[in-house]
Design a binder for this molecule. Structure first.
Ligand code: IPM
Ligand code: MG
Length: 354
């Protein structure tokens, strides 16, 4: 029998609510498309620290062994801010990504016509905005050497940005393949005017480019890219970048298209795919049924597409989300004066499914 096991890592803050929303959608799509998944829940982040003393505990690791995909809510919150750095909730997420070997983090950002008013940008800038950030996820400054110490009587700290040729090459190939399936345009974002690591990125990406003559490749320094993302967001198709720049630019892209609550992600690399909304745990709104579930529901669509090859089911979910937004339904992040709760929004999306 085909492996159909999905591990749910709800995490902290709004994590449980948005995962529950996505599971409701999944149970419905199972009926409609005649699919069946085994769902298992395990702890991650702050909840795992509370339950097991570690943000990525052994029991969660064991659940992953025979899984096909992981759907994750969010981790972190003020409750664990004072904890020692090595077992912060975020460390659990990074350890999970590393363990799964998911080096390719795909973060699509598309402007829905019904949400044009949501963007701080003028409508004429938003026509045809449909980009995807391919972010390297298990290398760079997130995983480099770091230390904090006292030198000459003052405190000093450093974090190392380090990439090997093979790490760059595999993500570059992923980005070119992604561009081939889209509009054949790839932009490498780096800081090659200053950083050695970025110079290596340029060199390796140019070498990989020789295998993809049909893909138009250009280069932007990250400061300029941050500006162009506001000035002409529609000029981008695929953005390839390192871990830290991808983290920053994906939050920026979310505002261009309306709200960070909308954006999903898929992290791929080996056998198990990891799917999570790009936003955080939003502890300030947790437990109030006001979080936007769309980023997580669209992450579920990516899960069905990439881990189970269920393109039809994935499309159905994406179309249902689009139709729900088009019908004028909003969560609080999109319209603070007239909004649906997390559960009610999910119900509206489910109505559109069938
Ligand atoms: C993200 C988040 C994480 C990251 C945090 C929670 C560690 O911001 O997925 O974008 O920086 O990768
Ligand atoms: Mg981030």
């Amino acid at each position: 029998m085909q492996n159909n096991k999905i591990v749910l890592l709800k995490g902290d803050g709004i994590g449980p609510e948005i995962i529950d929303a996505a599971v409701t959608v999944l149970r419905e799509i199972e009926k409609i498309e005649d699919l069946s998944f085994e769902l298992v829940t395990a702890p991650i982040g702050g909840e795992a620290i509370d339950q097991c003393g570690h943000p990525f505990p052994k029991e969660t690791e064991i659940e992953l062994e025979d899984a096909k995909a992981v759907l994750l809510g969010a981790v972190g919150g003020p409750k664990w801010d004072q904890i020692e750095p090595d077992i912060r909730p975020e460390k659990g997420l990074l350890a999970l990504r590393k363990k799964l070997g998911v080096y390719a983090n795909l973060r699509p950002a598309k402007c829905y016509s019904s949400l044009v008013d949501q963007s701080p940008l003028k409508p004429e800038y938003l026509q045809d905005v449909d980009l995807i950030i391919v972010r390297e996820l298990i290398g760079g400054i997130y995983f480099g050497n770091r230390d904090t110490f006292v030198e000459n009587g003052e405190r000093v700290a450093f974090d190392e940005e380090r990439y090997s040729e093979s790490e760059i090459k595999r993500i570059a190939i992923y980005a070119f393949e992604t561009a081939k399936k889209r509009r054949n345009k790839l932009t490498l974002v780096d800081k090659a005017n200053v950083l050695d690591s970025s110079k290596l990125w340029r060199t390796v990406v140019k070498e990989v480019a020789t295998d993809y003559p049909e893909v138009e490749l250009d280069f932007l320094y990250v400061d300029n890219a941050a500006m162009q993302l506001i000035k002409s967001p529609a000029s981008f198709d695929v953005i390839l970048t390192n871990n830290i720049f991808g983290d920053i630019l994906s939050d920026e892209a979310s505002q261009v298209v309306g709200s960070i609550g909308l954006l999903p992600s898929a992290s791929l690399g080996k056998d198990i795919g990891l799917y999570e909304p790009i936003h955080g745990s939003a502890p300030d709104i947790a437990g109030q049924n006001i979080a936007n579930p769309i980023g997580t529901i669209l992450s579920l669509a990516m899960l069905l597409r990439f881990s189970f090859n269920e393109e039809k089911a994935a499309r159905k979910i994406e179309e249902a989300v689009e139709a729900t937004l088009l019908a004028g339904y909003r969560c609080k992040d999109l319209d603070p004066n007239n909004y649906l709760g997390t559960k009610e929004m999910t119900e509206k999306i489910i109505e559109q499914l069938s």
